[in-house]
Design a protein around this ligand. Structure first.
Ligand code: NAG
Ligand code: NAG
Length: 421
């Protein structure tokens, strides 16, 4: 071998080494880019591309929805009742762990009707919490919580995801969404028009009456307004009725049994200049998996999907009943139909875990069926339509995002991300 051949061989070998090395480096780099994602921004890009390539089954109607739809429509159809007390005796036996009502029960249609029709006999302030609530007793002795309307349906709340006061209709929508998706851990809720004078002032105790104002009008009528008693309640912010003193509000079933309040691991800081650890750490769930029982984590992931669909970004605490998570206080949803706060889904995309039953159910109501069905179920509610078309489109758009995030997780973790717990 002469000198020249040796040089050529050395050069070739070096080239091959560089090429192979670069290749390895590049592949390593690619992998590192893909798993785990370093930021929410990177994840958003992955989700966006996933949405563009969603399988037709996510976009079209799933024929399996018929069976569910017919049963649900039958179950929630209003029905006449004779004795409300008897129905409530049944309903108060329903809750088991976090299941507040059965999937199908012939009493449901009647029970909803009692909430719509039973006379209101006693009203008190319910000073618990930050938002205005009343405690009401119905003629059959059942106690319920009442939240009044603050905003018209088409309000757009700007600012942070937790901004504004309660959107009363969100509580009713949450109930039907829970019924359809089989997250039966919301309270039973109906909308109702009540009269500030006859149903509230005249049935209120002294303390409640002292948080109301009565203004005589020139034409001899009186205007009744309510400011109530709560953390944010004040005399400048009142609920007033129409010319007949009627207001819209929602009646919320009080879930029996012991509830306990826990801080959400995905709590926001509620400060503009301070971020919570979970907002920047895409591996946030790793530590949680060791600390929290999987069943609780799965509950919180169901909650995240539920909250994301309706854009409730205010679940800083959650409540449990018999160690399972219940979905109460859903009034902060539907603030802005044009905005989708992806970070509400953090429990899902950071943990990449999901109940197999939830995943099954989500896939049944694809292709616009979810909002159509809730619309039909809520047709008998006094506050129908509960939300604007813009909000309905928002729910459908977000359902696609949920599908895309699950696809991302399936790519990452495979079927083992789906749990039977
Ligand atoms: C309804 O049933 C209860 C027993 O659960 C009974 O005490 C009450 O008198 C009944 N009311 C009417 C109006 O029949
Ligand atoms: C009385 O006057 C008030 C305020 O001007 C008005 O809103 C209301 O509609 C009037 N009521 C009737 C019955 O004319």
């Amino acid at each position: 071998m002469n000198k020249r051949t040796v040089i050529i061989i050395v050069a070739l070998v070096s080239l091959v080494c560089i090429a192979v090395g670069a290749n390895f480096y590049f592949m390593y780099y690619l992998n590192a880019e893909e798993i785990p994602l370093s930021s929410t921004r990177a994840l958003e890009n992955v989700i966006r591309s996933k949405i563009r390539h969603l399988k037709p089954s996510y976009l079209n109607r799933n024929p399996r929805f018929f069976m569910y739809r017919n049963k649900l429509l039958k179950n929630y159809k209003p029905a006449a009742y004779e004795n409300a007390s008897v129905l409530w005796d049944i309903a108060n036996w329903w809750p088991h762990e976090n299941e507040i009502y059965p999937q199908y029960d012939s009493s449901m249609g009647q029970l909803l009707q009692t909430l719509r029709l039973e006379p209101i006999t006693k009203v008190y302030n319910l000073a618990r919490g930050t938002q205005l609530k009343l405690l009401m007793r119905l003629a059959n002795q059942q106690k319920i919580i009442f939240k009044p309307q603050w905003y018209p349906r088409d309000i757009v709340i700007d600012g942070p995801v937790y901004g504004g006061k309660d959107r009363h209709v969100a509580e009713v929508y949450a109930f039907y969404l829970g019924a359809v998706l089989d997250f039966r851990s919301t309270p039973i809720v109906v909308g109702r028009i009540v009269n500030l004078k006859r149903d509230i002032y005249e049935r209120g105790d002294n303390e409640l009456q002292n948080t109301m104002t009565i203004t005589p009008e020139e034409n001899g009528t009186e205007q009744y307004c309510l400011f109530g008693k709560c953390h944010y309640c004040n005399e400048e912010e009142t609920v007033c009725g129409d010319e007949k003193n009627n207001i819209e509000g929602v009646l919320i079933y009080i879930i029996p049994g012991q509830l306990s309040k826990k801080r959400s691991p995905w709590q926001r800081t509620y400060k503009d200049d301070k971020r919570a650890p979970w907002e920047d750490d895409m591996n946030y769930c790793k530590a949680l998996k060791g600390k929290m029982e999987t069943i609780r984590l799965l509950d919180l992931i169901d909650v995240a999907i539920f909250d994301y669909l309706i854009q409730n970004g205010d679940r800083h605490h959650y409540e449990t009943r018999e160690e399972r998570v219940v979905l109460i206080d859903n009034g902060k949803a539907f603030g802005n139909p044009n905005k989708d706060h992806l970070d509400i889904l953090a429990p899902l995309y950071q943990c990449c875990l999901l109940r197999a039953t939830t995943w099954e159910r989500l896939q049944v109501f694809s292709g616009g069926v979810l909002t159509e069905l809730i619309d039909r179920l809520s047709k008998h509610d006094a506050l129908y339509p509960l939300i604007t078309d813009k909000h309905k489109r928002g729910v459908e758009r977000r359902l696609l995002v949920v599908y895309a995030v699950v696809e991302y997780c399936l790519d990452r973790e495979g079927e083992k991300m789906l749990k039977n717990l």
